[in-house]
Design a protein around this ligand. Structure first.
Ligand SMILES: C[S@@+](CC[C@H](N)C(=O)[O-])C[C@H]1O[C@@H](n2cnc3c(N)ncnc32)[C@H](O)[C@@H]1O
Length: 159
């Protein structure tokens, strides 16, 4: 099947398999990361889609939000970490549908969701991530940089 042209389309079996893996992965890692020392963690879906498929199956951005919601219900201390979700979707109609699907969720105040539509992942990531994510983690990064000072130039430049 070629790339779909409509706003939503029928889900493929390989996409369903991917969603199952994604859900299990995020159910495990969201809590582990959030309960660590990070003041904020960011999740970026650069090819987000509309968040829903033809027969109502949910798409990857909504799977990620649901996984984080479920984990926060089980681990209330996660509320101390800001969870930033950046969803980038090139097609404007799909980004709008995704925004509608996100708006239907009741999200706790530590959740920050940004849907960036009408731009490529490459541009959307560069323009948005450098401000929100990096700013949120800048204090942590400063601490990390100073504690890693002895690790050598290659490691420092990676930060
Ligand atoms: C396979 S679909 C999305 C599937 C979705 N991640 C999920 O699992 O439910 C890929 C999406 O990426 C979008 N896309 C393609 N190239 C892109 C790019 N360079 N930047 C952002 N979005 C892009 C397409 O419009 C399409 O909606």
């Amino acid at each position: 099947m070629g790339a779909p042209k409509t706003t939503v389309w029928a889900i493929e079996p390989h996409t369903q398999a991917k969603h199952e893996i994604l859900d299990r992965y995020l159910q495990a890692w969201t809590a582990i990361l959030s309960l660590g020392r990070f003041p904020a963690i960011a999740y970026v879906d650069g090819f987000a889609g509309p968040g829903v498929y033809e027969k109502g199956q949910i798409g990857s951005p909504i799977i990620a939000l649901n996984a984080a919601l479920e984990q926060q219900r089980q681990h209330p201390a996660m509320a101390n970490t800001k969870l930033i979700f950046l969803f980038i979707e090139q097609k404007t109609d799909r980004a709008e549908r995704l925004q509608e699907n996100v708006d239907e969720l009741q999200l706790p105040s530590n959740f920050r969701v940004k849907v960036v539509g009408g731009t490529s992942f490459e541009q959307g990531f560069a323009s948005t991530c450098s401000t929100s994510t990096a700013a949120a983690n800048s204090r942590y990064l400063r601490r990390l940089r100073s504690s890693i000072r002895l690790a050598g130039p290659a490691c420092r430049s990676a930060l």
